[in-house]
Design a protein. Structure first.
Length: 86
């Protein structure tokens, strides 16, 4: 299984937990955006919140995966891409 699928799946489950915890404490109809009350339906707010949490946790997982690579492998990648382009 490719690493990006593993990252997206782990961040998906983390986003589910974040969504549950966040909206257990915060009422979506009491949210403010730029100083004005949000007038969207709760399902839109829940969906937007989920995708925001998913994007943030996916970015975090991708950065951790990048930092786990050895320096030699990271430094070799531009050279390998240049060979494949030829």
């Amino acid at each position: 299984m490719p690493i990006w699928i593993k990252l997206l799946m782990s961040s998906f489950f983390t986003a589910i937990l974040a969504e549950i915890v966040f909206f257990a404490v915060i009422d979506p109809q009491l949210l403010y955006l730029f100083g004005k009350p949000v007038s969207w339906s709760p399902i839109v707010i829940y969906s937007g919140g989920f995708f925001m949490f998913w994007a943030l946790t996916a970015l975090t997982a991708a950065l951790v995966a990048l930092m786990l690579k050895p320096a030699e492998e990271v430094n070799r990648e531009p050279e390998l891409r240049a060979r494949h382009a030829r």
